[in-house]
Design a protein. Structure first.
Lengths: 442, 90
């Protein structure tokens, strides 16, 4: 079975695609099929026939990207089975390769090959970049991946995409670990599975501190993250990488140096709020600063001390609560359902949109807080005359009208009708009355 | 809910039967003509192609583009129409 087809038999578009696949310059747009055939003969057939050596690379216009087997570069020359197998290697579960579907799958394979080739270039660049910035595990990981890929060139292209993704994933968490220590007590759950990869002491300390603080602040975590997670994410994205201390320094001017290594800007902000208000906490403040000064000296001491000194959350939480009470009371009057939050950030949940983002449609939503005007309207509606009162009034009016009618018109028929109606209870009385009335009138 | 056209709603409301290919959302006269030239004269033939491509969005859209030159919106409409039809009836 030969993979080589007579170029003259191929269609122009097929030749074009073959040339593109072999990274050969296409002839000008208006040229004949013969030009394509000639180019195809010159380049494609040579690559198919000759051995893969550097000489070939020099001859062709290939930009040095010819690491794979001949058949893999030319999807159109593959058999259906091979095409399917190749696509599967790239993670694409292809359906049946039929006449109508073949073109689409070939196109997809070409895309994958091109992206793999590009990824190869990026990999080299990234390896240089990452090896400089990251240490140990990450660089080792990179080297390992590079060694593996270099050793087996065919597999390189296949594993390139997943490697790239893995590498990116690997690089992302160390960076996150690096710069997430300001928000450790929020993201401590994320930090736990991610092992401290870096040699920097600060990050290690911070991760440990995070665990300890998380234990202490567990009751408060639920309240804090809602308000703080946003702040932390914003802080992270706003270029915290350049200087993690920047956030903390702005908050803690006096002891900036001490906190440069343990920058918990969020805790500082919480503490600042508590300190700014009132004198109740003033006594804690000097303690805080004194401890911080000790930190400078005792950096080499156990992590436990650092953890305790940096996280004053148990103390501060109570103080924060005391300070926040007067403020909270006002809000509690308005909205008695709000949970307490030490940062003073309150948020009521938004009513979920029915059916949006695949949310199941709830036909009964929790009641939203009702505004005073609506309450008034409801009260007014209640105070309007209820139905049964209206009915009673109606019957009363009817009775009154009947009595008037009877008194005004003393016709026998009307009286007789009335008497007949009242015959049951008033039978004997009615008739003598009737007789008297009749007799009296007549 | 989302912005589906009248054509889409009509197509998805009932089994396609022998509807012409132009009954598909996103396929008008021009595209319908091109598809018919290629042999896809009924909606169910296009459905067949859609199913053979395992209902994959990218592949189907590529195929549609290659076969009749549909633009992105037309591809999206046609894919959405067929997908919803399949969800309802297949």
């Amino acid at each position: 079975m030969s993979f080589v087809e007579d170029p003259a038999c191929l269609s122009k578009s097929r030749l074009e695609s073959d040339l593109v696949a072999h990274n050969v310059e296409l002839p000008p747009a208006g040229s004949n099929k013969e030009a394509y055939v000639a180019l195809h003969l010159r380049h494609v057939d040579q690559t198919n026939a000759a051995d893969f050596s550097s000489d070939d690379d020099q001859e062709h216009n290939v930009a040095g990207e010819d690491p794979e087997g001949e058949k893999e570069l030319d999807p159109s020359a593959l058999t259906d089975e091979d095409l399917k197998a190749l696509l599967f290697k790239y993670g694409v579960k292809a359906g049946p390769i039929l006449a109508s579907t073949r073109a689409v799958y070939e196109k997809k394979l070409r895309h994958l090959l091109q992206s793999a080739a590009e990824g190869e270039l990026n990999e080299a660049e990234n390896a240089v970049l990452y090896s400089d910035s990251d240490e140990e595990d990450v660089s080792e990981g990179n080297e390992d991946e590079e060694k593996e890929s270099e050793g087996d060139q065919e597999k390189k292209s296949e594993t390139l995409e997943p490697n790239q993704q893995q590498r990116k994933e690997k690089n992302a968490p160390p960076q996150k670990c690096d710069f997430s220590y300001p928000q450790c007590f929020v993201l401590s759950s994320r930090l736990r599975p991610c092992p401290p990869r870096n040699n920097e002491h600060s990050s290690k300390r911070n991760s440990k501190n995070a665990l300890k603080s998380s234990e202490r602040t567990r009751p408060h975590r639920s309240q804090i993250p809602a308000g703080i997670s946003k702040v932390s994410s914003i802080a992270q994205h706003s270029g915290l990488r350049s200087g993690v201390p920047s956030g903390s320094q702005s908050v803690v001017p006096s002891s900036s140096s001490s906190f440069s290594s343990q920058a918990f800007s969020i805790t500082q902000m919480v503490e600042k709020e508590s300190w700014s208000a009132p004198p109740a906490c003033s006594h804690s403040e000097p303690e805080h600063w004194s401890r911080s000064s000790r930190l400078d000296n005792d950096i080499e001491e156990g992590d436990i001390i650092m953890g305790q000194s940096v996280y004053y959350t148990p103390k501060d939480s109570t103080s924060v609560k005391e300070i926040k009470d007067p403020v909270k009371d006002i809000l509690k009057d308005l909205l008695p359902d709000t949970k307490t939050s030490p940062t003073g950030i309150y948020a009521t949940p938004r009513r979920p949109i029915k059916g949006a983002a695949q949310r199941p449609i709830q036909y009964a939503y929790p009641d939203t807080p009702v505004s005073p005007t609506i309450v008034e309207r409801q009260d007014v509606a209640r105070r309007l005359v209820p139905v049964y009162v209206q009915v009673l009034v109606f019957f009363a009016l009817v009775c009154i009208l009947l009595l008037i009618f009877v008194n005004v018109e003393n016709t026998n028929s009307v009286v007789a009708l009335l008497e007949n109606v009242n015959q049951g209870p008033d039978g004997e009385e009615g008739i003598p009355v009737l007789d008297e009335a009749a007799g009296g009138d007549l | 809910m989302s912005s589906t056209s009248q054509k889409h709603k009509e197509f998805v409301a009932e089994p396609m039967g022998e509807k012409p290919v132009m009954a598909l959302a996103g396929i008008g006269e021009v595209l319908g003509g091109k598809l018919e030239e290629k042999g896809f004269d009924k909606a169910y033939v296009v459905l067949g192609q859609f199913l053979v491509l395992k209902k994959d969005e990218e592949l189907f859209r590529d195929w549609l583009k290659d076969t009749c030159g549909a633009n992105a919106k037309q591809q999206r409409d046609c894919f959405g129409c067929l997908k919803e039809w399949c969800d309802a009836f297949l």
